[in-house]
Structure formats: structure tokens, C-alpha cells
Unconditional design. Structure first.
Lengths: 332, 332
DNA sequence: ATGAAAGCGCTAACAC
DNA sequence: GTGTTAGCGCTTTCAT
């Protein structure tokens, strides 16, 4: 199946009239070679169309220049943007991104990590805090650079760049209460970070002497349609509800669609707060009040931290809190 | 930096009391080994926590079990969904996805392909038809399984799964004209597939004895904000316009926002047709008429075709037209 | 600054 | 069915 171009480093060496090792140096440590030999080598490379075999160099050097990343899914813009930023940052340094999806199955992660370790990835990027204790221990022991994202683990495996999902929930509680809402519910996916936001909301309400009306949950991945369904369930069970915090903007938009269809005015009858600030939030009518987190930037920062570590430097911070921003629009 | 777990196949062999090669067989071709030895090997693997080194096996077998994919960007849901489907399909067969972004720079592709070839990827997935002639020739010569997506190349490098962007434009022209529109413009990104849709629109209008009012373009990546800007430009230059076909739903939503802000009623004063059917299209008010393509399914099909080829089979079709669907909602 | 040579950890003949 | 052995194409001492 593979009739390889079969131009090897030894061919380049021969064509350039130098030793194999010199070609390797000219390519990888150009400073260690005289300008003339470098020129000869480069000429030979071009002439032969030589493309170094990275599988061989990975084996010989035990550095693959591959970074592995695990996301729950790519179909959600927010994680996709993080991967976009990460890939862009890594690409600038000659690293490549290898991607796997856990499909929101927490137990899948350990297996995917093993697969990456088998590939001898130079570093790992995870979504959320790694739960599997034995995987955590192993990564620590290996001293593999790891960045956990989209969360702020109390005791990270190694590094982390994210925000506090609990704080998000608490802040939303504060805002909603300040706006006079008293019957507040949560709509979201039954998934760990969404549940953290719910917990934060609940804690915030308790601090204000209130309690959560209810938390209606669906299996991820969530969607506008599920948001509609969740809102229908909520309205049936708790018609007195006067505000909902939604696990993400899709669910919020779905809730708004249900409200529009049933003449619940927004924000008069019902306040709606989303999460993630997708483009749709601004475009919705009324424009959705939501919480913005910078997914792309998170990926870029993760990339930077990893690259620093791979260069042998110590990044200035092992944990960076990117924070979040409450974006007040017209649904609250 | 890497204090390797250092458990090698030879360690497993020793622990299991068999030869190195037997371990390799037990792991890769379990059928070629007696159940007893297999059990011994598996026990040793578990006991030692052995994780096979894929960089070594890639080198030795010249099969990496890696598929490379290039997308313009991951930040656009539509390509992200294709990668989601692709990764899911490949994962089931033990292949991993390696991802790169061309950032809409056509010339970047050749370089990214080289990087993938250096990694000895077993197959390649491209977005759109590969333009670089020498890269095309090289891939053909290597007989590397390649799938081009999101387009229907007349002469694919190898395989393709997509739809005709020109046909999309032509169909939109037909619908708009049938709905009585006469002053039709295009708003989109200056990017190859978007331009194909514009060309199709233009051809369709000509067939109806009309001509395109204008095509307003922006540099990708496009966004709601750019859609708004594009619409402002259009309205200033051609106030008589009565319909716009937008290169994607974000631009369409932006155009609608401009229209709302300037009291151009939709669809009364202006018809708007989008492309890609993002969730936002249904949620918009009025709900956006658009063209649906199945990005995730495209990725899954691409994966299937690749896997068939990698198993040594010939896929039933080298080119599959996934078609598209005109979704009539309320903006036309 | 350059060259020679010994692996890196596995796969794939080929023997037995 | 299992073992032996020769590479896969690089990187990296160690000499020179």
C-alpha cells in the first residue's frame, strides 16, 4: 500500500558529499555546521525532495513533537475554539496536535491517555480536571507536561488554564437575585462542568437565603431542541419559576423559543441567562444575557505554557485563572 | 524530560517466559498464538503496565495508524463537525486523527501535507479540492488514500465526499427568482468554496435572464459582525437590492441584524438566504431560510471510505455526492 | 566541524 | 506455534 518516496537521509548525505550525521545536524542544529556544508545539504534536500521521517526521529530521540488533546466533543464550538487556539500556537513551534474525543464518557479518558502515551506524545491537554486517580499518578510520575483546561482544579496534575465554574454559578446567582428574581432554576447537561456551575448557583442562592427551584438535566451533548424540552419540563413542574440559568447558550436559546411559543415574556415573565457567549447570544431576540469565557485564548495559553515547559523553562504560573465576564444584554 | 516507563516488549517477553516476537504476535495477531501463551502475555502486560511504543511499531511496519486532516479552521462549527465525525469513525478502528489548520491560506496546504507525510500518516483528509498540482501528483504517485471533502472535484486526487457548491448557488438563484426577487446580491468570504457558491448563483441568475447586482466580499474567517458590515456596504452601494444570498449563516445573521437596525423588513423589503444551517438559523427571528449540508456525516463517510481502503478493500464509490437541502423558513 | 557506529523498540521474514 | 535475527531511518555519543 505504501510505495514510499524512499529518499532517506543517507541519500541526502551522499548527494551532498557529507556524512549522515552531518545532514542530521544541518537540519536540526544548523548552528553546529559551517554555512557551506549547510548550503550543500539544503541543496541536496531540495533536489531530492527529501522529507525527514519523523517516526524514525521520534524513536531515536524519544521526542515526538506531538501534543495530544482530549475534548468531550468537537461539535461544540467552545471546545473547537480551544483546539483552534492550541493548534495555532503549537504549529508555530513545529508541534502537531493529535486529537481524541471522550464523548462525555468520563471513563474513556484513561484509555485515550494510554493511546497517547503509546504515541509518545510530548505533552497532553485535557478538558477539565482529570478524574482517574491512577492516570493522574502515572502522568505525574512520568513528569509529562499536562495542561488541564476549562476548569481550575484544586490540585492540578501539572498545569491548568481555565476558570472557576462554581464562581460562574455564584455570580449568576448574585446577579439574578439583585435583579429581583426569587424563583430560580437551572437547566443544563448532566456533565461535570455544567454541574459545577449548578452547584455554584445553588451555593450563591443559599447565601442569599434562597434555594434552587429545581435543576432539570439532560444527557449531553445539549442542543437548542433539548433546551426547549427542558424548559417545557420546568414550566410544567414549576410554573412559578421566574428565572433560569442555562448550562450553555444553546439550552438558553431553546428555553427562549419555548417561552416565545407560550407567551412567556422575556425578561418580564422569565429571566434567562446563558453560558459561553456564542455568536448566537448576541443575535438572538431579545439578545441573550450570558457569561463569556474565552475558549480560543485558553487554548493559546495552554499551548504557550506547554511550549515553555518543552523548551525546558518553567512557566511563570502553573495555574492561570482566565476568569469570565458577565455579559448583560436583554434577557435579565 | 522523559523518564520513560521503560517497560518494553522484551520485559513483557521475559515476564511471560516467551520470545519477543511471540509477544508482538499475541498483541497484534492474537489468532496466531495459542490461548495459553496469549493469556500469559496478557497477564504480563497487565502486571507490568506495558504500553506498546507506537513510534517504534510505526517505524518497523511503516504504518502509523494516523490519519492527517487539514481544515481551514476549527473555529467554524461546520468543519469542526466534520472532524468530529471523522475522529469518531477512525477511533473505532484504532486510528488517530492528527489535525492542522490552513487558516484559509491556500499555499499553506502543501507545507502541511509535507509535515503529515513526514509523520508517515496512513491517509489524508482535505477540505476542498487540493489545488497545488505538485502535491496532487505526489499524493497520487504515493498511492496514499486521500479524501477531499466539502466539494466535488471533477478530477479528485483519490476519493471525495462532498456536494457541489455551484449547484447550491444555482438552486438558491432558482428559488429566489421563483419567489419574485430580481435584484439579487451575494455577501460572503473571499474564499474558494464561498466563491463557487457565488459563481453558481451568478450562473443561475443568468439562466433566468438576470444578473447579479454585486458580490461583496470579506477576508475569512467571517462572522456576524462582518455580515453586518457587508450588508451596510451593500445597502449603501445598491439600495435597490431585494435579496441577498450569504456565504454562510453567520453572515446572513449579521445582514439581518443590519436590516432590523435600519427598518428593512425581512422578507418584505429584503429576502435573506444563508448557507450551512447552523443552530442559529432556526433560532433567529425571523427564522433563517438556508441551505443545509451534513458536515458530521461527511466526516463519518470520509472515515468509512478511508478505513475500507486501509483494509485493502476498494470503496464502492470514489466520489460521493452528499447533496444539500434547501431549508425554507421565514426570510424568503 | 565532521565522521563512525551504536542503538531507539518494534515488525516481519525465515527457520525450526 | 514459537524463536532468531535483521532491519525500519533516524539521533547521539564518542572520536578525530
Amino acid at each position: 500500500m505504501k510505495s514510499r518516496s524512499t529518499v532517506r537521509m543517507s541519500d541526502v548525505a551522499e548527494a551532498a558529499g557529507v556524512a549522515l550525521a552531518t545532514v542530521s545536524r544541518a537540519l536540526n542544529e544548523p548552528g553546529k555546521v559551517t554555512p557551506e556544508t549547510r548550503a550543500q545539504v539544503e541543496a541536496a534536500v531540495r533536489k531530492l525532495g527529501y522529507v525527514p521521517d519523523r517516526t524514525a526521529s521520534s524513536l531515536a530521540s524519544s521526542r515526538s513533537r506531538i501534543v495530544g488533546a482530549i475534548v468531550p466533543t468537537l461539535a461544540n464550538v467552545w471546545f473547537a475554539e480551544t483546539m483552534e487556539g492550541l493548534a495555532a500556537e503549537l504549529g508555530r513551534a513545529g508541534y502537531q496536535l493529535m486529537l481524541s474525543q471522550s464523548s462525555y464518557v468520563p471513563r474513556a479518558e484513561a484509555g485515550l491517555i494510554d493511546a497517547f502515551l503509546g504515541r509518545r506524545v510530548d505533552a497532553l491537554v485535557l478538558t477539565g480536571s482529570l478524574r482517574d486517580a491512577s492516570a493522574r499518578a502515572r502522568l505525574r510520575r512520568m513528569q509529562l507536561p499536562v495542561v488541564e483546561t476549562w476548569d481550575l482544579p484544586a490540585r492540578p496534575v501539572d498545569m491548568a488554564v481555565g476558570f472557576s465554574n462554581e464562581q460562574v454559578g455564584a455570580e449568576v446567582a448574585r446577579r439574578l437575585v439583585a435583579a429581583g428574581r426569587r424563583k430560580i432554576a437551572f437547566l443544563g447537561a448532566d456533565e461535570v462542568r455544567s454541574q459545577m456551575r449548578r452547584a455554584g448557583l445553588e451555593a450563591g442562592l443559599q447565601a442569599a437565603g434562597l434555594s434552587l427551584v429545581t435543576a432539570e438535566l439532560v444527557e449531553p451533548p445539549s442542543s437548542i431542541a433539548l433546551g426547549r424540552e427542558l424548559m417545557a419540563r420546568l414550566a410544567a413542574a414549576h410554573p412559578q419559576v421566574d428565572a433560569v440559568f442555562c448550562g450553555n447558550d444553546f439550552i438558553a436559546i431553546g428555553a427562549m423559543m419555548w417561552a416565545r411559543a407560550h407567551d412567556w415574556s422575556i425578561p418580564g415573565r422569565l429571566a434567562v441567562v446563558g453560558f459561553s457567549d456564542l455568536p448566537v447570544a448576541e443575535a438572538a431576540w431579545p439578545a441573550l444575557t450570558t457569561v463569556r469565557v474565552r475558549g480560543g485564548e485558553m487554548g493559546r495559553r495552554a499551548g504557550e505554557m506547554l511550549l515553555a515547559r518543552l523548551r525546558g523553562e518553567e512557566p511563570p504560573h502553573k495555574v492561570v485563572d482566565m476568569g469570565f465576564e458577565f455579559v448583560e444584554r436583554s434577557t435579565m
